[in-house]
Design a protein around this ligand. Structure first.
Ligand code: 13P
Ligand code: SF4
Length: 332
């Protein structure tokens, strides 16, 4: 595998792909990415493989090798229809597990198995059993940012894009909502259902503060601030719009604010900025170290070796799949 820069002549056939990201990737960087992009796209054809990429993947992955992109909800839905023998998840481990749950007969690969998530690590199946014992009769709604073993203990899953609808679909007076405390609080503001929370947090979104956002408002006039619901409550109060990564992306496409600050992982702004030229993006940069474990080099390697593979204990998988499929049946 080569990390050598490629000559301008050799790059010419890839120009249409570079046109998609020219605005956010300088020529010198593209010269390094181009060889990987070409080899990955050839390997995908040889392996009958598709690459799924979450909105937090870097632009050379998101715009140049991914076949399906989106937020956790879109990836879960579209994974179920993927017509391929091999699915590579350019995202974190829980996302790859969700893909495997919905495509048990396919080979599902994750380029780096260490790509975890602080929310997924904040809760165990034993924690859920204890919560159920403390709150008898309350159904458990579990954010998809959890392991398959945790999903297996749950009644239904949700994402940041459908959490309120999922909670209300249960017709219960109170629900246990876990593990993200801030998302749970945000849901509680929009429903009469009593929400029992857990103290899990996203290590990326919890670092934003309302004071920081106020300083940006002073520095940049006509600034629109849009935030992910994993942010702390004061940040959400300071924002003009709150939504999942896909809802944030749609907001910018639809509203075309003069200046926007997306209060979320950095690559999200790069990916939207690559598509839209008439909006100025103000970028406070909080990286997700787990998402950033995925690179063109390890995507290429996993397509060559068909490793690392996602495997889930069938006894866990059957119960976890039920919770994910129940979520997918809820109309949003
Ligand atoms: P979305 O479902 O909004 O894409 O969020 C996933 C995630 O991990 C956010 O940190
Ligand atoms: Fe997990 Fe936060 Fe990274 Fe999303 S951004 S994968 S919630 S640690």
């Amino acid at each position: 595998m080569s990390t050598q820069a490629v000559s301008a002549e050799a790059l010419a056939p890839l120009d249409p792909l570079y046109d998609k990201v020219r605005h956010v990737i300088p020529d010198v960087e593209w010269a390094v990415h181009a060889g990987f992009v070409e080899q990955i796209n050839n390997l995908k054809a040889q392996r009958n493989a598709v690459v799924l990429a979450h909105n937090y993947q870097t632009p050379e992955i998101f715009h140049c090798v991914a076949d399906i992109t989106g937020d956790s909800l879109a990836l879960a839905r579209r994974a179920a229809d993927a017509d391929a023998d091999v699915i590579v998840m350019a995202g974190v481990h829980f996302m790859a597990e969700t893909v495997k749950l919905l495509n048990p007969s396919k080979t599902v690969l994750i380029p780096d198995e260490r790509a975890g998530c602080s929310l997924a690590e904040s809760i165990t199946p034993e924690d859920i059993r204890a919560l159920r014992a403390q709150n008898p009769g309350a159904p458990v709604v579990t954010y998809v940012n959890t392991s398959a073993a945790v999903k297996a203990e749950s009644d239904i899953c949700c994402t940041s894009g459908n959490a309120v609808e999922v909670v209300e679909s249960l017709g219960a007076g109170e629900v246990i909502f876990l593990p993200d405390e801030y998302l749970a609080n945000y849901v509680a503001m929009q429903t009469d259902v009593k929400i029992i929370t857990w103290q899990g947090h996203c290590e990326v979104h919890e670092r934003f503060s309302a004071e920081e956002l106020e300083q940006y408002r002073v520095e940049f006039d006509e600034l629109t601030i849009i935030a992910h619901p994993e942010c702390p409550p004061d940040v959400l109060r300071a924002a003009d719009f709150v939504g999942s990564t896909a809802q944030m992306q749609s907001y910018v496409h639809r509203e075309r604010p003069r200046r926007v600050l997306m209060v979320t992982e950095c690559s999200m702004s790069d990916n939207v900025a690559a598509e839209i030229r008439d909006v100025e993006f103000i970028r406070p940069c909080n990286l997700c170290p787990h998402m950033k474990r995925i690179t063109l080099a390890n995507i290429q390697q996993c397509l060559e070796t068909l490793r690392p593979k996602i495997e889930i204990d069938p006894a866990v998988a059957d119960r976890a799949r039920r919770a994910v499929e129940r979520m997918l049946a809820v109309k949003v």
